[in-house]
Design a protein. Structure first.
Length: 335
């Protein structure tokens, strides 16, 4: 699949998620097999571009090509200026947010609220495409609610406006992240437009990714919440799509090494105090499927230094690995 001049391979993409897909996580997911990693949502209002939060979100130094930056807002000219600003600071793809269901975003008439006003949507799409020389993509939902599933109509507007690729999350705005994503609407869109279409929503396994690609005819899949605590999911999906074979489960020792490298990157990127705080949620996601999750989180959440957080995390996984080795030995003795 191509987005403008950029070949996206493998055809599995990290979704933009506020508070999650920061630079350390994007780099990690790219290293573990994501064909593209989209940035956190960046606000289009220039009054906030010089805040520490925005400056960190717009830091793309050293990121592998192509660099995709998502912008959000409601005013066509302001979004056009934001696109120009981000393109001048390293963005090689501009992604427009028409899909965020958060109340505070929609109350500002941004995100998925834009799907309610097709004329404003068209004005935004055309203004941003005209503003930059890099490809512009769009991420949306199937509609505002079950009674208004107008994503197919918006897809035509996007294509006519010069949008290079579309991502469609298989839920309406009022569903947020509840229920089960439906991809029939996504398949309908794919059958009606010529530009690449990316399916998003409940892509949580290699088998599910392959099924959604078969059912929709889409060009790629986008993974969001399922990658939290499982960044190796990208290589599992990529391998399955390429070979039809499932990789063996990841070893605890590799999980430990991935997590420790992620911690080091967070501490370096944000500084020790902020990095330690931000790392806590990632630690929780990594351990969420383990029976010791609650006790692990209680220990690592109390860490106030990068050194202690790293040591406690290493010790936790080393202990798990040691118990795993000892258990077969005990079973053999019993036999």
């Amino acid at each position: 699949m191509y987005i403008g001049p950029h070949r996206i391979e493998p055809k599995v993409i990290l979704a933009p998620m506020a508070g999650v897909t920061d630079k350390p996580f994007r780099l990690l997911c790219k290293r573990l097999g994501a064909g593209l990693a989209v940035s956190e949502m960046t606000i289009s209002d220039p009054r906030f571009w010089q805040t520490k939060k925005s400056m960190l979100r717009m830091d793309h130094a050293g990121e592998p090509s192509p660099v995709s930056v998502q912008i959000a807002g409601t005013d066509p000219q302001q979004l056009a200026e934001a696109a120009r600003f981000n393109a001048a600071h390293g963005a090689q793809i501009i992604d427009l947010n028409f899909g965020c269901p958060a109340k505070k975003v929609c109350n500002a008439w941004a995100g998925s609220a834009l799907m309610q006003d097709e004329q404003r949507a068209a004005d935004i799409l055309k203004a941003v495409v005209r503003a930059v020389d890099v490809p512009v993509t769009m991420k949306m939902r199937t509609g505002w609610c079950a009674a208004v599933k107008n994503a197919p109509e918006l897809a035509h507007i996007a294509e006519d406006s010069g949008i290079a690729a579309l991502t469609v999350h298989g839920r309406t705005r009022d569903q947020h992240y509840t229920g089960i994503a439906e991809h029939d609407t996504v398949a309908q869109i794919k059958s009606r437009v010529r530009i690449p279409v990316i399916a998003n929503g409940d892509i949580d396994s290699p088998e599910r990714a392959a099924q959604v690609l078969r059912d929709t005819g889409c060009d790629a899949v986008m993974v969001g919440r399922a990658a939290q605590g499982r960044p190796w999911l990208f290589r599992e999906i990529a391998h399955y799509l390429a070979t039809g074979e499932t990789l063996p489960p990841i070893e605890l020792g590799e999980v430990r090494d991935i997590l420790l490298s992620h911690l080091d990157a967070l501490h370096a990127f944000y500084g020790e105090d902020m990095g330690v705080r931000i790392a806590r949620k990632h630690l929780g996601w990594y351990a969420k499927d383990r029976p010791e999750n609650a006790s692990f989180r209680a220990v690592v959440n109390a860490a106030t230094s990068a050194r202690l957080q790293r040591e406690q995390t290493r010790d936790y996984f080393d202990a798990l690995n040691l118990n795993k080795v000892r258990q077969p030995q005990l079973n053999n003795r019993a036999a």
